[in-house]
Design a protein around this ligand. Structure first.
Ligand code: NAD
Ligand code: MG
Length: 414
């Protein structure tokens, strides 16, 4: 393939050809990660030629106007809206474009199953489990931004991956960093993997002050621009807890090799320490277009519009131990990682319900870990011996945990 460089020169890039000719599916195209993914693709087309990275499918849950606009610009084969009531709206918005239109939960899963070589999983929450598994089972390269599917369905996810020819490239910045540092090496030689956490907007707040946190304050992240749930999870440190479990399943790392350090500048994303005393770190500006571009280009490097690092103008980098008194979600998640079984499934589902209730102003910020703990206690009594052998077991535990968490939210808001 001959590719056109930005300055009009023609460059031969044989190693890029197989990567840039892949058809792309974006599940959750209208979210923060979805929009950044499309911006990396638009940039790649400007650099390498308008024909690169053709779009197979775009999906969204409810924002028809945004999805239709994206579809008109990117010309996918199909656009899918998750909310079945919005089918007519999307069909009308794309009339005359030749783009196929579908709606409903099954259509989102079918978009994951539909042929394409590269799938970005940017749906938020456990709703990504089935579409992600559909893409893995057919052997696609799967760029995994969504962490909840790995946390909720870790063993099932792992088994599907081991039984398929799929390649998963983590996009969550810390896990993308670990993936790059390990570089296909043997994770059993690793002594410790440290994930960094920004500490979120309440890093220096007292417990007293945290009691009155509003949803607006909680979703205003100091470093990253993200969807509401990921921002809120970062503020409670549940995000880092979910990420410990995600790292366990993605890299087969036992809990005793995983830890967290608070690093407010979000420049170092992971550190991997070996027995000889070497620690390898991954650095980049806090810009999700970097891990997204890495995943789209993998195993080669493509151009990205991401911000680049300029350490000399940045000032000092600092590091602290996390405070488990003010941020109990981290220990809750670590406890679930240690217990295994369905504990991570319950943790994730209960957190999703608590996040929704907090954003709806039905419970307070400090109630989030209380709701999760309450669901875990109920789950321990009812589900302790159930192994998550298959997807049905996971989805049924996820559903039950949502009900338990809902009960806890009601009693806290009563
Ligand atoms: P977001 O809320 O901005 O976007 C979510 C997308 O999923 C939207 O396109 C929405 O239409 C779709 N969606 C929502 N509910 C759905 C459902 N039930 N079924 C199908 N589609 C649904 O979220 P985001 O911040 O882009 O995050 C996406 C995922 O990536 C999350 O799992 C998050 O933890 C992870 N992640 C995000 C960031 C970030 O910077 N935003 C960083 C690391 C990891
Ligand atoms: Mg992350």
């Amino acid at each position: 393939m001959k590719a056109i460089a930005g300055n009009g020169e023609t460059r031969a890039m044989p190693e890029l050809e197989p990567v840039l000719s892949r058809r792309v599916t974006v599940l959750g195209a209208t979210g923060s990660i979805g929009v950044s993914t499309l911006s990396v693709i638009v940039n790649a087309r400007a650099v390498y030629g308008q024909h690169v990275l053709p779009i197979a499918a775009l999906t969204a849950q409810s924002n028809v106007a945004q999805l239709a606009e994206q579809a008109r610009a990117m010309k996918p084969e199909i656009a899918v809206i998750g909310d079945p009531a919005r089918y007519g709206e999307l069909r009308d918005a794309l009339a005359g474009t030749g783009i196929e239109v579908a709606a409903g939960r099954e259509a989102v899963i079918a978009a994951g199953a539909r042929p394409s070589e590269f799938v970005m999983v940017a749906i938020v929450g456990a709703a990504a489990i089935e579409p992600a598994l559909a893409a893995i089972r057919r052997g696609a390269t799967v760029a995994l931004a969504n962490k909840e599917c790995v946390v909720a369905a870790g063993a099932v996810f792992r088994a599907a991956l081991d039984g398929s020819s799929a390649t998963v490239v983590p996009v969550d910045s810390e896990h993308n960093a670990i993936f790059q540092v390990l570089n296909g090496g043997d994770a059993s030689q690793v002594e410790r993997v440290t994930l960094t956490a920004s500490g979120g907007p309440f890093r220096e707040w007292t417990l007293e002050k945290m009691r009155d946190v509003t949803p607006e304050q909680a979703v205003a992240h100091p470093n990253w621009s993200m969807g509401k749930k990921n921002s809120l999870d970062s503020a409670s440190l549940m995000n880092k807890g979910l990420e410990l479990i995600e790292a366990h399943y993605l890299f087969a790392l036992p809990d005793e090799k995983l830890d967290v350090v608070v690093h407010p500048q979000s420049i170092i994303h992971c550190m991997v320490t070996y027995g000889d005393g070497t620690t390898l770190a991954h650095l980049s500006a806090p810009d999700m277009r970097t891990p997204i571009a890495h995943a789209i280009g993998y195993p080669v490097r493509i151009a990205s519009p991401s911000r680049k690092l300029d350490l000399a103008h940045m000032g000092p980098l600092s590091f602290f131990a996390p405070d488990s008194q003010r941020f109990p979600c981290l220990d809750l998640a670590m406890g679930c990682l240690r217990s295994g079984g369905l504990a991570p499934t319950i943790l994730n589902a209960a957190n999703e319900i608590a996040v929704e209730a907090f954003l709806d102003r039905r419970i307070g910020f400090l109630d989030i870990p209380r709701v999760v703990e309450s669901a875990l206690e109920t789950g321990e009594a009812k589900l302790s011996n159930t192994p998550p052998a298959d997807l049905e077991t996971v989805l049924s535990a996820d559903g039950e945990a949502r009900r338990w968490a809902d009960v806890a939210c009601r009693s806290l808001s009563a």
